[in-house]
Ligand binder design. Structure first.
Ligand code: GDP
Length: 471
């Protein structure tokens, strides 16, 4: 775990116990949110009275967690995280990966624990008070794509359109945008604002974004709800797309541009803003999961694109008073952890590299910030460890590998992933692409949570997020 920013803040908890800490988990699609939350809940439920699988969570290591239970959902919104369904997938024979996050979801836990320090069991005050404390952990799960909408709130439709056209006309995006751009060439911004034309243009733009994601593994795909809509009362609020507009020009009333602009503004007001208000109001701690290995695997442009998306996500959280989220919505998030996921695809030394790379990806913007009012850290973790470390001999040389069962396979394989760079790689690096990472079968878990779920560094992540709340 690398602490990137640390400022002496009054801790959220102070000396007050019996409280709630609200942890939000996000990351782009397939980054590992569902796996992370499942492992977090399962491992905390198994930690009562023992360090179990969480030796680096201080309260667990000191045997101060006395009881842990899942709490019933409070009301219908946000919907409950489907823990039982997910566990059913992991206890099946053979075990399989559960469906991923596509919407906002919430799960709540309660931990009864012995405070340490002044009110601890062994301190004079603690002995008099015989105190135990209760910590409710409210976990909010949401698609990271939604964070990519934050800059939209400060952009006009024209500004946003121009930025999207700049992106769409370059690099690997250009050939994928062809159908959408050809359609727009036949239906200029100034033509009559017909709702059917707007819908067709939207569908083509959406297909373009989907191709960017699936074929080229790109990340900076706006607006965030086009590929991850979640539950929307009125889907027609999405039926717009960027149009080629010149700077300074105004949309003629009744034109296609005017129709699109109106929908863009409605989207911002009725979809994006309420989500960011909820985040600002309901979150104290944030973990951002990043599938760095997949982006490395996909090549130079996918990696650069992931960095751009990360910069937007960083701007949302990072810089204390300068954070967009705080500035626009008064958010009070005071700890942010960036975690490179699926670290069980690489052996131990490479996991250190991965952590260093993750830290490097978020460090420069952190250091640029003059006023930080948050603790920011970076780590590499595997929420559900599917492999073991081993060695192999390649071309007469002994190399570190991971050993695991590929999904649907019959025999375990020894997988050599190559060397993970500790910094964002220079252009020359991309000549040799990484070997494609196999999807490994998850380990079969015990339906009762006593045994927890094998992981790498999940406990360190939890300690960063919860240490003061469990102090
Ligand atoms: P989400 O879209 O962010 O909710 O992502 P998921 O949690 O559903 O993870 C997407 C896929 O990544 C899973 O189906 C697994 O194949 C893989 N995955 C997630 N976490 C891990 C992990 O810790 N180790 C390994 N080997 N694979 C993982």
């Amino acid at each position: 775990m690398r602490l990137l920013r640390f400022e002496k803040l009054p801790t959220l908890t102070g000396l007050v116990h019996d409280r709630t800490v609200r942890v939000a988990v996000t990351g782009l699609s397939q980054s590992g949110k569902t796996a992370f939350i499942t492992s977090l809940v399962y491992n905390l439920l198994s930690a009562a009275g023992r360090s179990a699988r969480l030796p680096f969570l201080q309260a667990a290591a000191e045997r101060r967690i006395l009881a842990a239970r899942a709490l019933a959902p409070e009301n219908g919104f946000p919907p409950q995280f489907p823990l039982e369904k997910i566990v059913a997938a992991l206890v099946a024979d053979p075990p399989h990966w559960p469906p991923s996050t596509t919407d906002l979801r919430r799960v709540r836990l309660s931990l009864r624990f012995c405070p340490s320090g002044l009110f601890g069991r062994w301190s004079p005050l603690g002995r008099v008070a015989r105190s135990t404390a209760e910590l409710a952990i409210d976990i909010l799960d949401y698609p990271g794509e939604w964070l990519l909408d934050l800059p939209l709130l400060r952009q006009s439709y024209g500004e946003w359109s121009r930025a999207m056209f700049d992106l769409a006309r370059h690099g690997v995006r250009a050939p994928l945008a062809r159908d959408w751009l050809e359609f727009l060439a036949r239906h200029p911004a100034d033509s009559v604002g017909d709702t059917q034309t707007a819908l067709l243009a939207h569908n083509l733009y959406r297909s373009f974004l989907a191709a960017c994601r699936t074929r080229e593994q790109l990340s900076l795909l706006q607006p965030g709800r086009f590929l991850n809509p979640g539950q929307l009362e009125d889907a027609s609020v999405l039926w717009f797309c960027p149009l080629p507009l010149s700077a300074g020009g105004e949309a003629r009333p009744g034109s296609l541009a005017a129709l699109m602009e109106a929908r863009f503004e409605t989207y911002k007001r009725t979809v994006a803003q309420p989500f960011f208000s909820l985040l600002a109001r309901d979150v104290d701690r944030q973990i951002v999961l990043v599938d760095v290995l997949r982006a490395l695997n996909a090549g130079e442009e996918a990696f650069a694109d992931q960095r751009l998306a990360l910069d937007i996500i960083l701007a949302a959280f990072q810089f204390g008073r300068r954070s967009l989220l705080r500035w626009l919505f008064g958010a009070r998030i005071d700890r942010v952890l960036f975690a490179a996921t699926k670290a069980d695809h690489v052996p131990a030394l490479q996991r250190d590299h991965l952590e260093a790379l993750m830290a490097n990806l978020v460090e420069a913007p952190t250091l640029r910030a003059k006023v930080a009012h948050a603790r920011v850290a970076a780590t590499a973790l595997a929420s559900i460890r599917c492999t073991e470390d081993g060695t192999d001999v390649i071309d007469g040389r002994k190399v570190d590998v991971v050993v695991g069962l590929p999904e649907g396979g019959e025999r375990r394989i020894r997988f050599f992933p190559g060397i993970v760079p500790v910094r964002p790689p220079p252009s020359g690096f991309w000549g040799e692409r990484f070997t494609e990472f196999p999807a490994f079968e998850p380990p079969r878990i015990n339906p009762a949570p006593e045994d927890g779920i094998p992981h790498i560094n999940l406990d360190k992540a939890l300690n960063f997020l919860l240490e003061d709340a469990l102090a």
